[in-house]
Ligand binder design. Structure first.
Ligand code: HEM
Length: 488
């Protein structure tokens, strides 16, 4: 009883509105995440209560754009809270100095100059993906579980960029080594348990499981880690030669310059965690673009027209059926569709939590004492009427075809890649994949949704559709040259 009363009045937070149960315990957060609807719950709470909502005895959610600067601003040094990460990865580490050093060591590999050198690797996966799509689904017009299929693509393309080798999901049309099922299981467990971390000690990090794992009765190494280890070994022993640039080449270069800090263990952690950070997120974002296009036939038609016209007039080329990164930049409506998808459906559906430093700080004119868990959620930020207008629940790419001042106002609030020192390191790679695959896919296939219903979303850190089935057919369109002749 005393604990409940202490929680209720903790730091004077009883003045902030929020769910009744959240005033006493984190069980409300646990249940909200466990239900798979936390992104919707949070939206509804902010809609009802305004810019600050109490989500637990010690946690506050903010939705004012000023909070983004205060919490994630580059110089503010709030610690990222990431529970359950065993690896000292860039994504998971809470040690700010270690993070800064590691990020500096690898950042060159993610610069725009490096990214374009990975394009041939993306081409390889796009080519096989289009070919397999035709063989497996389009020829027979067989129903395609598109979200799974795009996950296979995203996992293969990120490993191709990293090691110049694919795991082989697309080639084999299977969840190789159960990697994707394993990942889903981890997130299903970790997301709710992360709201009450002591549960993790009870369920997983308990003495019995630790002992079983120590003596080899439980295998804690994932298929992704095994794949990474094998790829690194073949590269170091020289048994696999490659003819173009990839992330591993860049990391090995960084290791040469910094051998004591960036040792083999850290390099392996880096390559493994990239596959985990960059696959689901990209697959969901790709699926989002296709989903919204299918639900908005006018926009679907307009984007197809933009791509076809650009090819017919020679503005861009579709040599070998693949659109290049630089050509894709010439398609403003494509860009608008991608941005609007990031707004309506950011891949991450939970608050990006940060810990207020011991001395406390001001956020949105409120003094927030040290040790408080604070954060913003992209699903909430992207639905601010004062920034995006009254039609926030409508997917409308034209929103992004406006003047520079309006664009700046919206971009300042876009939070799909997080912000500040922990902002997504792979965002240019994600753009590279999306800008290439979407127009190349639309050129080759006609897509039809199998259902008119809205997709059912399930949030466990990532906001994933349970199902997104489509039927694909190969377009009758001919090569760009022939089309040009036809049009004359
Ligand atoms: C559309 C696709 C993607 C989305 C929406 C996305 C989103 C995010 C977000 C929101 C964060 C910040 C998390 C936080 O602050 O707690 C993040 C971090 C990160 N992402 Fe991405 N990501 C995407 C693709 C990728 C790709 C393709 C890669 C790798 C090539 C990648 C690698 C990383 C890494 C390494 C971090 C940790 C950065 C750090 O802490 O310094 N991401 N991502």
């Amino acid at each position: 009883m005393a604990t409940l009363a202490r929680n209720y009045f903790n730091k004077g937070f009883n003045k902030y509105p929020g769910p009744f149960l959240a005033r006493f315990t984190d069980a409300w957060r646990f249940e909200s995440v466990r239900s798979g609807k936390s992104h919707l719950n949070l939206q509804a709470l902010h809609e009802r209560h305004g810019d600050i909502v109490r989500l637990g005895p010690n946690s506050l959610s903010f939705s004012n754009p000023d909070a983004l600067k205060a919490i994630y601003g580059l110089n503010n040094r709030l610690t990222k809270i990431s529970k359950g990460y065993v690896l000292q990865s860039l994504f998971g580490t809470q040690d700010q100095d270690y993070h800064m050093k590691l990020r500096r060591t690898v950042s060159n590999a993610f610069s725009m100059t490096s990214i374009v050198q990975y394009e041939p690797r993306v081409n390889d996966t796009v080519r096989i993906f289009l070919q397999r799509t035709e063989e497996l689904f389009a020829k027979s017009e067989k129903r395609c579980n598109f979200i799974h299929w795009l996950q296979y693509f995203a996992f293969d393309v990120i490993t191709e960029i990293t090691y110049s080798r694919r795991v082989g999901f697309v080639d084999r049309y299977e969840d190789v080594d159960g990697i994707i099922a394993w990942l889903d299981k981890i997130f299903d467990y970790q997301a709710p348990v992360g709201q009450m971390p002591w549960l993790d000690k009870l369920f997983v990090k308990n003495p019995i499981r630790t002992a079983l794992s120590k003596y080899g009765y439980i295998d804690n190494s994932s298929g992704t880690a095994r794949f990474s280890r094998a790829r690194m070994a073949e590269r170091l022993s020289g048994t696999y030669k490659k003819d173009s640039m990839d992330l591993l080449t860049m990391f090995l270069k960084a290791q040469k310059e910094n051998p004591d800090f960036f040792d083999d263990g850290r390099l392996l952690t880096m390559t493994t965690s990239i596959a985990l950070a960059g696959s689901d997120t990209t697959a969901i974002s790709l699926a989002g673009v296709f989903y919204f296009l299918l639900r908005n036939p006018r926009c679907y038609q307009k984007l197809n027209q933009e791509i076809d016209d650009a090819i017919i007039t020679g503005l861009i080329s579709d040599a070998e059926g693949i659109i290049t990164w630089s050509d894709a930049q010439k398609l403003p409506y494509l860009h608008a569709c991608i941005q609007e998808t990031f707004r309506m459906h950011p891949a991450i559906g939970m608050i990006l939590e940060r810990l207020v430093p011991p001395q406390g700080m001001e956020i949105c004119d409120q003094f927030i004492p040290g040790g408080t868990v604070v954060g913003c959620n992209p699903w909430v930020m992207h639905r601010r009427r004062d920034v995006f207008g009254e039609d926030i629940d409508t997917w409308r790419p034209e929103r992004w075809l406006v003047n520079a001042a309006d664009l700046r106002k919206m971009n300042e609030v876009m939070f799909q890649f997080g912000g500040g020192s922990r902002t997504c390191l792979g965002k240019h790679i994600a753009y590279l994949e999306m800008y290439k695959l979407i127009p190349s896919f639309l050129r080759r296939f006609q897509i039809k949704a199998c259902s008119d219903e809205e997709w059912d979303l399930h949030t466990k850190w990532f906001v994933k559709p349970r199902e997104f089935d489509v039927v694909l057919t190969v377009k009758k369109s001919t090569s760009s040259k022939e089309r040009l002749q036809n049009s004359q």
